[in-house]
Design a protein around this ligand. Structure first.
Ligand code: DQA
Length: 142
């Protein structure tokens, strides 16, 4: 099984950005955690991060017919991007949404997710573990 894991803007700043919300571990540690999770479940995972909405849209488009599932943390674009929602719908690849923090317990604007409308599963507020659960979800669903 091939899974594309996408991380949106500012997730590369993990460890520096708001550690009280996102934790003290850096992005490198997150990538290692995701790759270890892929290995645990026998998944071929590709991890991609971008601060640019267009690059995320292009990555999703290029995943067409190449990946079995997408795990996406669109970060701030979650709450603003119809383009990412449309890209996920366009490729029809089963997708799961991940958020490190519990977006439902924060500011009002974080409760709404465009990308989430194209996702069949949601792993919210579980920190790094959310990515592992999302990968496990697709493996067990297969
Ligand atoms: C986030 C939550 C978003 O609201 C925020 O903009 C992020 C990270 C999370 O993983 O908790 O950048 O997606």
């Amino acid at each position: 099984m091939k899974i594309l894991i996408i991380n949106g803007p500012n997730l590369n700043m993990l460890g520096i950005r708001e550690p009280g919300i996102y934790g003290a571990k850096n992005y490198k540690a997150l990538v290692k955690f995701i790759k270890d999770s892929c290995r645990e479940f026998g998944v071929k995972g590709t991890v991609f991060q971008s601060n640019s909405q267009g690059k995320i849209v292009t990555k999703i488009q290029k995943a067409y017919k190449k990946y079995d599932a997408i795990v996406i943390n669109p970060a701030a674009y979650t709450h603003t991007s119809v383009a990412i929602l449309d890209a996920l719908k366009a490729v029809s690849i089963p997708a799961a949404e991940v958020h490190l923090s519990d977006v439902n317990q924060r500011e009002e604007f974080r409760k709404f997710s465009y990308a989430g409308m194209a996702c069949e599963a949601h792993f919210i507020g579980q920190g790094f573990e959310g990515y592992r659960q999302a990968i496990k979800y697709f493996v067990e669903k297969k």
